[in-house]
Design a protein around this ligand. Structure first.
Ligand code: FAD
Length: 418
């Protein structure tokens, strides 16, 4: 069921007196954030017959400049849910390799076709289509409720336990009371902030500008990277468009803007000459989105009654494009661990700790790998005029498949418990 307006107003004496609460609803699990982590967790819990409410601040799932990648490990999860065939019927592209071109050479950074999986490629599918597909699937369960345009702004805390949230949506303030609240509200997580979670942060050496340019049908699909002295560009296939990431040294945005749009266009054409016939489409800075690259994770992912997953628990650097993969794997582990306690209507702190225990090590390993690549590959290219040389270890057979494996499958495989 999708709700846009409140139903069944109930008067509750425990509500925050500062607000006029339009209605109070109860559920077993209240998930805040309808991104990959929240949507997949909602589907998994709904399948188990658990009453679940998914609150999404936006009125639709359309997002500008998000990841559009579905990794082999996620396709495997979709297969376990009986959804992979239908998902692959949606228009998509398949990325079998990540190739990197330098002025002198082309080499393969990750070749997914070697991997032992039924899906040896990255499925390039607009995130909006994936989220619509997952939530439509969840709508088949009467115990699932989706509320769009629900901007969660307060946690309800009683005796040190989180008992739900208050959100602003259609008609004013609403209250949801739940046995368990999940913060899946992304990199700027309000629940992380309101819950006072402490983060461990690292400082990636770069920021990214995102923009789109037309893609000609005859151009090789999937994705590619270009390295030139001082510059890195990644291009991701979105059907009739390239989504382009122009990587700049951390803090270099103001200087770039001061140099003017023409300088940016010139630089893009220097790195990717074949874009010279369409770079004129960039006419205004409003077509360019700035992403301040961050990498962090919270020390403890939970409080009594509240668990963070996905980007809310760990902001991923874009290196390797693994954020969606890790967010969905968190969702699967959370559902595996918490379904039983939720069915029993009693979630212990130790259940929430178990989710963190299973997901923290893979997160730390991939973040360490991203930091290594940022320091050894990205920083030298961005800050010197030297031509990029692929690291020698990429040619060693034993290590050659490591980037592909880490990107495609993650550190430990995660499976849906039935
Ligand atoms: C420009 C860009 C490109 C990226 N490219 C890739 C890529 O190619 N591959 C990849 O794997 N990853 C990529 N990522 C990272 C990836 O998008 C994230 O890691 C992933 O989406 C995390 O999923 P999530 O569900 O945890 O959070 P999100 O996808 O951020 O979802 C959070 C949801 O919560 C909602 N929300 C936020 N606050 C509230 C609130 N107060 N109340 C209610 N709802 C709220 C938001 O509207 C959003 O829908 C990219 C990220 C960016 C910014």
């Amino acid at each position: 069921m999708t709700t846009h307006l409140p139903t069944n107003p109930i008067q509750d004496s425990s509500v925050n007196p500062a607000h006029d609460i339009v209605d109070v609803q109860t559920t077993d699990c209240c998930i805040v954030g309808g991104g990959p982590a929240g949507a997949v967790l909602a589907l998994l819990l709904a399948r188990q017959g658990i009453p679940v409410m998914l609150l999404e601040a936006h009125k639709d799932f359309d997002r500008d400049f998000r990841g559009d990648t579905i990794h082999p490990s996620v396709m495997q999860i979709m297969e376990e849910l009986g959804l992979s065939d239908r998902l692959l019927q949606l228009p998509h592209a398949k990325m079998r390799q990540i190739n990197v071109k330098t002025p002198e050479d082309t080499f393969t950074l990750a070749d997914f076709s070697h991997l032992k999986t039924d899906y040896p490629y990255i499925t390039m599918l607009p995130q909006v289509k994936f989220l619509e597909f997952i939530t439509q699937e969840a709508q088949k369960y009467p115990n699932f409720q989706l509320v769009m345009g629900a901007n969660v702004q307060e946690l309800i805390e009683e005796d040190g336990v989180i008992k739900g949230v208050r959100y602003r949506g259609g008609g004013g303030w609403h209250e949801i009371r739940a046995i368990l609240t999940i913060g899946a509200d992304g990199r700027h997580s309000r629940l992380r902030q309101m819950g006072g979670f402490e983060s461990i942060e690292t400082s990636p050496p770069m920021d990214i500008l995102w923009f789109r340019l037309p893609r000609h049908p005859e151009e090789t699909g999937g994705g590619m990277g270009r390295f030139a002295p001082g510059h890195i560009v990644a291009m991701l296939d979105r059907g009739d468009e390239w989504q382009i990431a122009y990587v700049i040294p951390k803090g270099g945005y103001q200087q770039l803007r001061a140099s003017g749009l023409e300088e940016l266009k010139k630089s893009v054409v220097e790195i990717v000459p074949e874009l010279s016939d369409r770079v004129h489409n960039l006419q205004d800075w409003s077509q360019i989105a700035f992403l301040s690259v961050e990498s962090s994770r919270v020390k403890r992912w939970y409080h009594s009654g509240l668990l963070l997953i996905g980007d809310a628990a760990h902001i991923m650097s874009p290196v390797g494009g693994v954020g969606i993969n890790y967010a969905i794997q968190d969702a699967v582990v959370a559902a595996n661990v918490l379904s039983k306690p939720l069915q029993n209507k009693h979630v212990e702190l130790s259940d929430l700790a178990k989710v963190q225990r299973q997901r923290e090590l893979p997160t730390r390993i991939i973040q360490a790998f991203q930091t290594f690549i940022q320091k050894r590959v990205f920083a030298p290219v961005l800050t010197s005029n030297r031509t990029f040389q692929p690291p020698a270890w990429l040619r060693w057979p034993i290590l050659r498949d490591l980037p592909a494996r880490l990107i495609a499958l993650g550190v430990f495989p995660v499976h849906v418990k039935t």
